[in-house]
Design a protein around this ligand. Structure first.
Ligand code: TMO
Length: 326
């Protein structure tokens, strides 16, 4: 727009110039078609969907919330069935994200400030009660499985993994790779809520518990320790060419990215500008999850409350490059 402006303004009188600029400005309005935002199955993702949707609505856009399977969502963005993805966790989603980019149709829309970790761990009171001496070093797991047995674990210690749709067989392969499969068994939670229910139940019963968890999350504030496994390296997992000698590797600390359908910058230039600028921190994302998992709000209400409480964070992003002078 600046180029057009200066080229014409040098040769046209000011009045013509102003009308030319406002006409070309109007052509960069956002489409009235809804921006399609994915709804997955963990709290910060759903609350953030409503936060971003509310941001777009404040700019005059319409949004549609589309429930999707996490791993399938990247292909859906590539194909244009979704407009964007706003929480791409490196450890468990980079393959699907980069595959969609390589095939063509999904573009990188920037990185959040928060760094991420998705890993097995224990609530701090498990360490304080010394239920597995030596934690958070993983080798402690060789000697403490009895304290982590549950009625469904056949005498072994139970690793409570998230829903299988999140990471496939990463954790069962981890247990085998570490040589712990005679002492530990992986069970999959049906939903994220089952992880938080297990934390409460185990604390009440005073028994050990090991669950899959992540950061940023509401547990950053309530006290949770991630187990330190052998370091991750490229190719250590079975899906990336690894084998039983390498698949004991832990999760990588990683980035949290955004992605968009390649036409989003053209169909909704203002919303895209806002989306590409937005970046949340670890405590901001943790607070989105806490509104639901600690305070018991619905995801939609939590999104509204978060927007109402944090205007200073998000409003600057809605002033797009084109909108700044309007
Ligand atoms: C994708 N998750 C943050 C639940 O691990």
């Amino acid at each position: 727009m600046k180029l057009i402006y200066s080229k014409f303004c040098r040769t046209l009188i000011a009045a013509a110039c102003v009308s030319l600029v406002s006409v070309s400005g109007a052509s960069a309005e956002d489409s009235k078609l809804p921006i399609k935002i994915p709804i997955k199955n963990w709290s910060s993702q759903i609350v953030m969907a409503h936060v971003i949707g509310g941001m777009f609505e404040s700019m005059g856009n319409t949004v549609e919330y589309v429930p999707v399977d996490n791993q399938a969502s990247f292909e859906a963005v590539r194909a244009g069935d979704l407009t964007l993805v706003h929480e791409v966790w490196q450890s468990t989603m980079q393959n699907a994200y980069y595959n969609a980019m390589e095939t063509g149709g999904l573009i990188d829309a920037g990185t959040h400030e928060a760094a991420t970790l998705e890993e097995m761990g224990v609530p701090n009171w498990v360490i304080e009660k010394d239920l597995c001496p030596g934690l958070p070093n993983w080798e402690a797991l060789k000697d403490c499985h009895e304290a982590f047995a549950t009625p469904d674990s056949g005498g072994k210690g139970r690793w409570l993994e998230g829903p299988q749709s999140w990471h496939g067989d990463v954790m069962p392969n981890r247990v085998k790779g570490l040589g712990l499969d005679d002492k530990w068994v992986v069970k999959f939670a049906g939903a994220a809520d089952a992880l938080w229910a297990e934390l409460k139940a185990a604390e009440k019963e005073g028994r050990g518990t090991i669950i899959f968890n992540w950061s940023p999350n509401f547990t950053d504030a309530s006290g949770f320790t991630f187990i330190e496994f052998p370091p991750y390296f490229d190719g250590c997992r079975i899906a990336d060419g690894g084998d039983l000698t390498t698949t004991g590797c832990g999760s990588p600390a990683g980035w949290l990215k955004k992605g968009a359908h390649y036409k989003f910058p053209k169909t909704h230039p203002k919303a895209y500008a806002a989306f590409s600028k937005l970046s949340f921190t670890t405590p901001q994302i943790g607070s989105m999850a806490a509104l639901v998992d600690v305070d018991g709000m619905t995801h939609a209400d939590a999104g509204k409350k978060w927007l109402a409480d944090n205007g200073d964070v998000w409003k600057p992003w809605t002033v797009s490059v084109l909108g700044a002078g309007n």
